[in-house]
Design a protein around this ligand. Sequence first.
Ligand code: 6PG
Length: 245
Amino acid sequence: MRPEVRVYPDLEALVGEAARDIAASVRDTIARSGRCTVALAGGRTPRRLYQLLAGERIPWEAVHLFWGDERYVSADDPQSNFRLARTTLLDRIAIPQDNVHPIPTHFGDPEEAAAAYEETLRQMFGSDPRFDLVLLGMGADGHVASLFPDSPALLESARWVVAVRTNAQPPVRITLTLPVINRAARVDLLVAGAEKRGVLHRALHGPFDPTRCPASAVRPQDGVVIWWIDQAAAGGVDSNGLYST
Ligand code: 6PG
């Protein structure tokens, strides 16, 4: 299915609309199925989105929150994606603790943490890890979650969760794999900033190239993809995802 591209003048306008749209999607999913499973993104871009989602009308008792990736640091480390969500969202909503599923980072071996998180997913999803909604950011190198260019993890086809060692800081990460991301019913990618303009063009208009541009491989077989982009990242892209002349 062709991705939907929505361009906004700036990040504040982008996250304002994204919060409303995502909240409506969560409500619709709960109305249909009784629950909504969401994988949260890390990084800087979603910070304001999470603050706005905390003020949206969402029946959090029917929402299960997971993470698309996590830095292998303690949960109170300033670099922790869990800490980002806790301080901007979790501390502000009434969500049952059992509905919050952080990626564990207390194991000595990150591979054990990845295996434990995959077991958590299996307990929630059974044999079909189909998230209702996956939130992603995109790095200036085209990485999504903690799937970085040239990473062997990009070729993983069996495991749902893997530990990776990256050149980023912090280097060790736990991440969902592409098969799980591409099994989602809906993927929302939030991209802001001029430094992402080049890689965004490749992701939207380049070839399917998971190794060199992981974001280009976010193509759910049976789901929708919405790109939320600010004008700085969009350059000449209009809201139909077409490059205006
Ligand atoms: C992480 C994120 C990562 C992030 C991108 C974009 O753990 O860092 O999951 O994939 O979404 O690096 O980050 P910014 O939003 O900070 O540009």
